[in-house]
Design a protein around this ligand. Structure first.
Ligand code: ATP
Length: 308
């Protein structure tokens, strides 16, 4: 398991990380999400030893990372780190050998991954002659070619076409199913929601929410979608237990006030009665927030805490 424990990092007066902590378990796909500048890349660079932390520790399998254990991590850097003039196959073999594989192992892995990632025809091409999406596939192959025990991928999905997104997703799931801890950052929250076992939401260099998407949903306020086409604006104002109302999803989405669960039935009943008084009700159901909505709430909440 990969443990990021209390990492802090400053660049001059900029606090990039402020006690960043999370754990990626074996066989877990972990999504790392946060705004531009929240600290995702810095965390990953520190995990890989590209940067030194000011405080905190990164552990793999319970032990502080060192040069040998770092070689067990397959890393896909955000800035992409390929040699532009080297041929794809040569480059992958070279990177595998650099990380301790024999020449035969390196050749076998380079062939296998290029085939898997749809790059067989490109093995002899210089990296700089490939399209950006294909360069990204090579970058993923580079992270995988030394058979790493852990994968750390910085925005692996950015700029990929839908087919490449599918291939990338499949490969990450496979590594997870083979027991590897896999962590990746992304701004594509629908993808993160679909793929990840757990998600960590970062703001200003620290984690502000974490859990399985289902857990984060359960922890967020209850929402109800009501489609009552004849209801005038403000129809739900004053219904006890309703905190907010907004137009969305073809109806009114009501956010219920935090309340003990025993009150939930009563509140739902009051909302339905109020909706019925306006005319026909076409839809009335509990609505699950998307990860994007959970993310916005978590970030807004932590901002409000800082301001308070
Ligand atoms: N080498 C550096 N020198 C100075 N400041 C840096 C350096 N690297 C990162 N920072 C600062 O640290 C903070 C965190 O940046 P980081 O790149 O980790 O964010 P990020 O979450 O990966 O953002 P993005 O989603 O835009 O990739 C930012 O304020 C950034 O400007």
């Amino acid at each position: 398991m990969l443990e990021i424990d209390g990492i802090s990092k400053r660049f001059g007066s900029t606090v990039a990380l402020d006690g960043m902590s999370f754990t990626v378990r074996p066989g877990e796909l972990y999504g790392f999400v946060g705004a531009n500048g929240a600290g995702k890349t810095t965390t990953m660079r520190i995990a890989l030893g590209v940067l030194a932390a000011d405080a905190g520790e990164v552990r793999l399998g319970g032990r502080a990372l060192d040069a040998a254990s770092r070689r067990r991590i397959g890393y896909m850097p955000e800035e992409r780190g390929l040699y532009p003039r080297m041929a794809v196959g040569t480059q992958l073999r070279y990177l595998a050998e650099l990380r301790g594989r024999s020449a035969a192992q390196a050749r076998e892995a380079a062939d296998r991954w290029t085939e898997r990632l749809g790059l067989t025809e490109r093995r002899g091409d210089e990296v700089q002659r490939l399209s950006l999406g294909n360069q990204q596939r090579v970058q993923l192959a580079a992270a995988l070619v030394a058979e790493p025990d852990v994968l750390v991928l910085d925005e692996p999905f950015s700029g990929l076409d839908p087919m490449a997104v599918d291939v990338m997703s499949e490969v990450l799931r496979e590594r997870r199913d083979a027991g590897a801890p896999v962590v990746f950052s992304s701004h594509q929250l629908e993808l993160v929601e679909r793929l990840c076992d757990r998600v960590g939401i970062v703001r200003a260099g620290r984690l502000v929410a974490e859990g399985a998407v289902a857990e984060l949903r359960d922890a967020s306020a209850v929402e109800v979608l009501v489609d009552a086409p004849q209801a005038p604006a403000g129809w739900a104002d004053g219904v006890p237990g309703v905190a907010r109302a907004r137009a969305a999803d073809g109806g009114t989405v009501l956010t219920l006030a935090d309340a003990p669960h025993t009150d939930l039935e009563a509140t739902l009943g009051a909302v339905l009665d109020a909706a019925r008084r306006t005319g026909p009700v076409h839809e009335f159901r509990r609505r699950r927030p998307t990860l994007a909505e959970i993310y916005r709430d978590a970030v807004a909440e932590s901002q409000a805490e800082v301001a308070a």
